[in-house]
Design a protein around this ligand. Structure first.
Ligand code: GAP
Length: 457
């Protein structure tokens, strides 16, 4: 686990402009967060690498971008209306709601809860003295209820009509309902993948841990369609691919592990699921992403409910393909990258906070620092030139040491200092965020120098 407290890292991320509490001037909204300028850039950079690794470099995969609103029948067909439930209890005294399985896990460190049915969870709660975290009453919970996690919204077009639909709880269904559209229009042959990304919504009972579990979050999902019988092999392929992706992002290997889902824990659509977990400070091992074998469940169900034939046809065969799904939570992945990169170091008796994140992910790649205001003009010219190609910040206020610290604390990988000698020799000093080593190079070479380093990531 990290040496730092989760709360200390969260505080840094809020103060420095990665994440802000949503609608803060009105007192905020519990567990809802906005991404600030640094968070928005980081998110965009992660998506770009996901796109490169899952779509651009895998030509049999394509990207779609589907609507959040979907016909209600989608969720009846998939089983989400009946089966997308969490076990919920309410404190009879203060009405606080809890996920019953989380209460058991937390109070008894009991991982077996993943294998328990709703009835078993209920019995366990009744026979063990668990305190309400809000009012401290002991063993005063309602029976466990099934709580559906989908948000219903009024989609009515007139005041008298009553038309509730659901906000999508996963982006995956946008793919299944478009399966035929995509494979026909793009003339795809099995195996191929359809990726979808965007916001998903779940009415989670237990929230918290900052952006780890929220009601509104973003997913990067791939639905990879293959011939039945080849699914185990493709499952292994995507499992490895996801692990490589996590490594590529620079997350420390020793803090990442696979965890297979127990049979009783599997989602209603899954034959096999494995999570990639990260060892978060304070929270412990927790899921960042999952890879599931959804079999032919979704296409079959949509065929049945929509009466559209969603079988795949080639010259000799007609069948429902199996689907392997690597599903990534973008917000959780962001949190992992930020927590993993956060560090505090002693530099000649001074403390520096530094975000050792993969330079490709850094919101800003370069900070341009004139040593004195007399050098502003030349520094501005360098900034303007570099900004045409990469994200840069210009900083001329405070001592050079303070300016280095500010840039380190938000993970800027390169600092370019312009000093009096620059006027005569056309050279600047480039400082590396991680090693703090410095090198003098020609100002005309700055971009090539940085691009050469970035291309290794
Ligand atoms: N389509 C499959 C699916 O949605 P999931 O395991 O429920 O599977 C996939 O979700 C990923 O989405 C998770 O690994 C997690 O990263 C992210 N995720 C799920 N619920 C979330 C929530 N309430 N807040 C933030 N991220 C969430």
């Amino acid at each position: 686990m990290s040496n730092y407290k989760f709360s200390e890292i969260v505080n840094h991320l809020v103060v420095s402009g990665f994440v802000f509490p949503s609608s803060q001037i009105y007192g905020g909204l519990a567990n809802v967060w906005d991404y600030g300028p640094l968070g928005a850039e980081l998110k965009k950079n992660i998506k770009q690498i996901w796109h490169r690794e899952f779509i651009q470099k895998i030509p049999c995969n394509v990207l779609i971008d589907t609507a959040i609103f979907m016909n209600k029948k989608v969720w009846q067909a998939t089983g989400h209306v009946n089966a997308f439930n969490d076990p919920m209890v309410e404190c009879k005294n203060c009405k606080s709601r809890y996920r019953a399985d989380y209460l058991i896990k937390k109070n008894f460190n009991n991982e077996n809860v993943n294998n328990m049915s709703f009835d078993e969870i209920n019995n366990f709660l009744k026979n063990n003295n668990i305190k309400c975290e809000n009012c401290s009453k002991i063993n005063n919970f309602t029976d466990v209820k099934k709580f559906n996690m989908m948000f219903a919204v009024d989609f009515a077009t007139t005041r008298s009509s009553n038309e509730n639909i659901f906000l999508r709880p996963e982006t995956a269904q946008g793919v299944f309902v478009n399966f035929k559209n995509v494979y026909r229009s793009m003339r795809k042959k099995i195996p191929f993948g359809i990726c979808n990304h965007g916001k998903s919504f779940r009415n989670e009972i237990t929230l918290g841990n900052f952006i780890f579990r929220t009601k509104e979050f973003e997913q990067l999902e791939t639905e990879f369609f293959c011939e039945p019988g080849t699914d185990d092999q493709w499952f292994a392929y995507w499992k490895q691919k996801c692990f490589d992706f996590i490594n590529l992002l620079g997350i420390k290997k020793e803090k990442v592990r696979f965890r297979d889902h127990e049979k009783s824990e599997l989602s209603f659509y899954s034959k096999e699921t494995v999570d990639i977990e990260y060892n978060f400070p304070s929270i412990g091992w927790s899921e960042i992403l999952g890879i599931a074998n959804r079999t032919d469940y979704d296409l079959k169900r949509h065929s049945e409910y929509s009466k559209e034939n969603l079988k795949y046809n080639d010259l000799n065969n007609s069948y429902f393909p199996y689907c392997i799904e690597p599903s990534i939570g973008l917000d959780r992945l962001m949190l992992t990258i930020l927590v993993d990169g956060f560090d505090k170091e002693n530099v000649n008796g001074d403390e520096r906070i530094v975000m050792h994140i993969n330079p490709l992910l850094s919101p800003y790649k370069v900070v341009v620092l004139p040593l004195s205001k007399d050098l502003s003009k030349i520094a501005r010219e360098i900034f303007d030139e570099l900004s045409k190609k990469i994200m840069c910040i210009y900083d001329e206020s405070g001592s050079i040491g303070k300016r280095y610290r500010r840039a380190d604390a938000i993970g800027v990988p390169f600092a370019i200092t312009i000093d009096n000698e620059t006027i005569s020799d056309d050279k600047v000093t480039v400082r590396d965020r991680d090693t703090m080593k410095q090198k003098r190079i020609l100002k005309t070479e700055i971009y090539n120098f940085i691009a050469n380093i970035l291309k290794n990531y």
